[in-house]
Write a protein that binds this ligand. Structure first.
Ligand SMILES: NC(=O)c1ccc[n+]([C@@H]2O[C@H](COP(=O)([O-])OP(=O)(O)OC[C@H]3O[C@@H](n4cnc5c(N)ncnc54)[C@H](O)[C@@H]3O)[C@@H](O)[C@H]2O)c1
Length: 374
């Protein structure tokens, strides 16, 4: 049976549904990561094995948009904190990319390899439908394209599918990242040429591999690391890449470091070892702490804020939700603005002697405030 906490606009699922929805916004306010989230919903279905959190951070610019992560967090608070941090990041990512969407993110607390079932996803689709178009979702860690298609067949609040959609957004993310790498090179070195430069790429998954292809085709020398031995072997073969250990790639003798694996790679522990003068890659949440950007600046490292350079995928999935329908050429025009946005951030950061992520956040907050005032 559907149960709600405070009065929010929710559509009842069906009379026979075992899904229970609870508004946990007030409860979540005790957590450091809360940051004035507008709505946080807990979806529980014991029969179908679902524990899901949908966090809607800010809808000043439009309905919340952000993927669904399936991850076996050790505790409920860890899952909630993850959802809160990720959804806040989506608010800034959408605002800086000038998308008519707000920030949201969902976490399903489960092991995607052993606990994700069609019944669980059925229950989750009901949860998404009940949110009345306030939140749109798609792929993320642990939620595959097949899963997104499954959800999309049951609710319209899913994007980045092949059920009448544009499919995997990773190639568009990689293109935006490549253009962003060039912008960072132009700012730091006066030329955007990658030919002859040594570029270290951490993570050879969907985005990292595609980025390597583009860098290699323009003559960069690649240094790569991945926990997947088959992928690094393939990169050695395909690009003549130098392979290093996953622990040492941050310290590689490179002109530019492109993190394309997990978050938290730039920290008080790793930054002192960084040799590259530029960090520009696709991974989300690259900084362990917000203050780490200031540390990078003090060391003379130019940092391309992650949610600015990796916005290509978001631009692509958001385009599917446009009233006029998906337009590939429009997506490409929008992605081509990523380097301009980065250049603006780099120039302002230099002029004001402030970290690049402070400038990016200030621009995003300004846009949200303007939308609120309008
Ligand atoms: N796919 C997108 O469109 C998109 C959009 C925005 C941001 N991102 C971010 O970009 C990053 C990569 O995304 P993806 O879709 O390519 O993911 P993916 O899962 O396809 O690839 C990640 C790769 O990183 C490797 N890896 C994991 N831990 C590692 C470690 N410690 N050292 C080195 N390699 C490691 C994995 O083996 C895998 O090959 C993620 O942080 C993701 O959140 C992706």
């Amino acid at each position: 049976m559907l149960q709600t906490g405070e009065a929010r606009t929710l559509r009842p699922v069906t009379a026979s549904s075992t899904l229970k929805l609870t508004d946990i916004t007030a409860k979540a306010a005790r957590l450091a990561a809360f940051d004035n989230h507008e709505q946080i919903w807990l979806g529980q279905d014991d029969e179908r094995g679902l524990t899901a959190i949908v966090a809607i951070h800010n809808t000043a610019l439009g309905p919340a948009l952000g993927g669904t992560r399936v991850w076996p967090h050790a505790t409920f608070d860890a899952a909630l904190t993850d959802a809160l941090r990720l959804s806040r990041g989506m608010t800034f990512k959408s605002a800086i990319a000038r998308m008519p969407f707000g920030g949201g993110k969902a976490v399903i607390k489960a092991d995607s390899k052993t606990e994700k079932t069609p019944a669980m996803l059925e229950a989750y689709a009901e949860m998404l439908a009940a949110l009345n178009g306030q939140y749109y979702t798609g792929e993320d860690v642990g939620l595959t394209l097949d899963d997104a298609n499954f959800l999309r067949e049951r609710t319209p609040n899913v994007s980045g599918t092949t059920v009448g959609g544009s499919g995997n957004p990773s190639p568009v993310t990689a293109l935006g990242t490549f253009l962003g790498v060039k912008a960072a090179l132009k700012h730091a070195r006066g030329s955007d040429a990658v030919s002859g430069l040594r570029i270290a790429v951490q993570g050879l998954g969907s985005v990292g591999w595609s980025l390597c292809e583009q860098l290699h085709s323009e003559g960069a020398s690649l240094i790569v690391a991945d926990i997947d031995a088959a992928r690094v072997a393939k990169a050695r073969e395909a690009f003549g890449a130098e392979v290093v250990e996953t622990e040492t790639i941050v310290a590689a003798e490179a002109d530019l470091f492109a993190p394309c694996a997990l978050g938290g790679v730039l920290s008080a522990d790793t930054i002192p070892h960084l040799k590259a003068r530029i960090v520009a890659g696709a991974a989300n949440n690259q900084l362990a702490r917000h203050e780490d950007a200031a540390h990078l600046m003090r060391r003379g490292v130019l940092y391309a804020p992650d949610y600015v350079i990796n916005a290509g995928g978001l631009i692509n999935v958001a385009a599917e939700l446009a009233p006029e329908g998906y337009d590939r050429a429009e997506v490409m025009r929008h992605v081509a603005l990523i380097p301009e946005t980065l250049m603006d951030i780099f120039q302002r950061a230099e002029a004001e002697q402030r970290p690049t992520n402070d400038i990016a956040q200030a621009i995003a907050e300004e846009r949200i405030a303007q939308a609120r005032a309008a």
